[in-house]
Ligand binder design. Structure first.
Ligand code: GRF
Length: 203
């Protein structure tokens, strides 16, 4: 399967997928890594892995719809089977979702529907939950609101701050993402309403 990864930062989730794809048995390869900004570590990781990269910056377009169309065209050029948003800090627009809907997944560092948005770990810490975690879900037009594919729990420790908690979540998140993407591409999946079924189909 052809994967395109979208990111905006350090790219440790992308790195985990790049490493997993090195094994042909995994069943996928990263055909491109895209970002909404230049000069980030995630793009360097792709270059080191010999994977093509692209950058589609909002400031280069007159408005968000034009950016949405440009991102859609940039991704479409790689003919992806699955698009993985891993720390991509922009909302994917209606054109993008019309083109790739049902094949776009996102990883979020909280147990959705709790603590959606850009500060999941901070919000969990502030709320005082004892267990948080991470969620892999299909992207819909909302914010972190699409059908949930997989989740994993992560304990909140008494002396946690946002950084220590997010790092603990990220180590679990990378494993969950690699495992989930592998199953989706090797076993196939169905989305029925809000329920996601992976594999188990009569091939
Ligand atoms: C991940 O925890 C992701 O869920 C969140 O931002 C973080 C990105 O980390 N949206 P990285 O860029 O994969 O290291």
């Amino acid at each position: 399967a052809r994967l395109v990864i979208l990111l905006s930062g350090t790219g440790t989730n992308a790195q985990a997928l790049l490493d997993a794809c090195a094994d042909p048995a995994y069943g996928a390869r990263v055909v491109a890594v895209g970002a909404d900004r230049d000069g980030i570590e995630g793009l360097e990781r792709a270059c080191k892995a010999g994977v093509p990269t692209f950058v589609v910056r909002t400031q280069d377009y007159p408005d968000r719809p034009a950016w949405d169309q440009a991102l859609t065209d940039a991704v479409a050029a790689y003919e992806p089977d699955l698009i993985v948003s891993a720390g991509f800090m922009k909302l994917l627009g209606p054109r993008f979702l019309a083109r790739f809907g049902g094949r776009v997944i996102n990883t979020h560092p909280a147990l959705l529907p709790s603590f959606p948005g850009v500060h999941g770990p901070r919000d969990a810490l502030t709320y005082g939950v004892k267990i948080t975690g991470c969620t892999i879900h299909f992207v819909d037009s909302g914010v972190d609101s699409g059908p949930i594919i997989a989740q994993a729990p992560v304990p909140v420790l008494a002396d946690d701050d946002e950084v220590s908690l997010h790092e603990r979540i990220k180590s679990v998140e990378r494993t969950l993402l690699v495992e989930t993407v592998g199953r989706l591409v090797r076993e196939g999946y169905r989305i029925e309403g809000r329920r996601v079924q992976i594999g188990g189909f009569d091939q």
